[in-house]
Design a protein around this ligand. Structure first.
Ligand code: FAD
Ligand code: GLY
Length: 377
């Protein structure tokens, strides 16, 4: 007799593994189908910043989702460590956005105002005060927007902890299993086809990152494409930074253990995983502008990964309008590590029909594709 699951997850990145973890904790019979190794794609390439305040510059659905996810982290880190022994390396050592012009300062004043109004901690510092917090910051920075509580994690450890935790709760993890087709019958999900046979389940979740587009019905017009990012890590004899320095999408971030990550380039529609000399040169120039003495650091590793980008830059989180039991949780672009915990929890609640915060997910449902089409035509 063929085995059948409550939920099949397609893709073993942070999103698939977090959903599997939360569903398995709710006693669901889950299988994760991963075409390569668990966490081998974007989720291990990430820098691991939980950049709610530094990356998301506007109040809106993404900020609210990011904030909800960030707030889950402290308890989750403990829970995962207790269950699996894996330390996800959560640290909350802050982030700052350096200002080089009067316009930067004005923009940062505005951001600090609305963030403080909703209860976040955000301080605008002049250059002197900024360098008291972070002495290595460039003398060219006339000030900074400082978020003392912004945090970060180790992405490979996070995915590993989610997958190990899911397995502890009974999830089956099948690596090197590629899903080739998704079959719905009479408006209901039936099974997936893989390169090693059919897998049956009550529900399926597409969490295949930048490779998800093939599983959407073409008529919805969902676009999901890769935005490649190159990153390098470096070490210094003595710690150079305490906080993340982040501006215009680029960053130098100090990891637990005295390593710096310098990232990341942005190349849409590029599935390659090579790191170019041009890319590295570009990153060196960005990093030097933040922290001139970074040139003395020694390079440790270089790598690249694919961020899953969508039509409007927001993830798709919800059920297919025409196939009951077929769910999507993909397109987290630059923030999948930040959003992993809330995506896992909220999708598990949605799939099991539990009462969660429905308003949190609503802006990310597939319904918005119709609106995007209207605007375009
Ligand atoms: P992935 O991790 O790519 O996982 C998808 C999985 O699906 C893959 O393992 C793939 O092999 C599998 N798959 C694909 N097709 C199939 C198939 N047909 N069958 C079975 N399996 C399949 N986010 C942050 O929050 N903070 C950061 O600091 C940060 N920094 C980043 C830096 C870089 C350079 C990059 C590239 C990304 C960064 N991100 C960051 C974004 C974050 O990494 C992504 O949003 C997140 O990892 C997406 O997770 P995912 O599980 O959707 O995708
Ligand atoms: N969030 C950092 C990056 O995507 O590079």
């Amino acid at each position: 007799m063929q085995s059948s699951y409550d939920v099949i997850i397609v893709g073993g990145g942070v999103i698939g593994c977090s959903i599997a973890y939360h569903l398995a904790k709710m006693k669901k019979k889950v299988v994760v189908l991963e075409k390569d190794r668990i966490g081998s794609k974007a989720s291990s390439a990430a820098a691991g910043m939980l950049g709610v305040q530094a990356e998301l510059e506007e109040d809106g659905p993404m900020f609210r989702l990011g904030r909800a996810s960030r707030d889950l982290y402290p308890a989750l880190a403990e829970e995962l460590r207790f269950l699996t022994g894996v330390d996800i390396a959560l640290i909350r050592s802050g982030a700052m956005k350096p200002a080089y012009t009067k316009e930067d300062m004005e923009k940062y004043e505005r951001i600090a105002r609305w963030q403080k109004a909703i209860g976040e901690t955000a301080e605008v510092l002049d250059g002197k005060a900024a360098r008291r917090v972070e002495p290595a910051l460039s003398e060219k920075a006339i000030g900074t927007l400082y978020f003392p509580e912004e945090g970060q994690v180790s992405p490979p450890s996070l995915v590993w902890a989610f997958s190990q935790g899911a397995a502890r709760y009974g999830t089956e993890i099948r690596e090197f299993t590629s899903v080739t087709d998704m079959v719905c019958k009479n408006g209901r999900f039936d099974h997936v086809e893989t390169d090693s046979g059919a897998v049956y389940g009550d529900s399926v979740v597409v969490a295949a990152g930048a490779w998800s587009k093939r599983f959407f019905n073409k008529k919805y017009g969902a676009d999901i494409y890769p935005v490649k990012g190159e990153v390098l890590s470096a070490t210094t004899a003595a710690p150079l930074l305490k906080t993340t320095i982040f501006a215009d999408g680029y960053y130098v971030t100090p990891k637990k253990g005295g390593i710096l990550y310098i990232g990341a380039t942005m190349a849409p529609h590029d599935y390659s995983r090579t790191v170019s000399i041009d890319g590295l040169h570009f990153l060196f120039e960005k990093a030097k502008r933040f922290v001139p003495s970074v040139t003395k650091a020694s390079i440790k590793h270089i790598w690249a990964g694919q961020r899953p980008m969508t039509n409007d830059g927001l993830p798709f989180l919800g059920m297919d309008p025409e196939c009951d039991g077929l769910y999507y949780a993909t397109g987290h672009y630059r923030n999948g590590i930040l959003l992993g915990p809330i995506t896992g929890l909220a999708m598990a609640e949605l799939i099991t029909g539990r009462h969660g915060d429905e308003a949190l997910l609503k802006p990310f449902s597939l319904d918005r594709l119709a609106r995007i089409k209207e605007v375009k035509s």
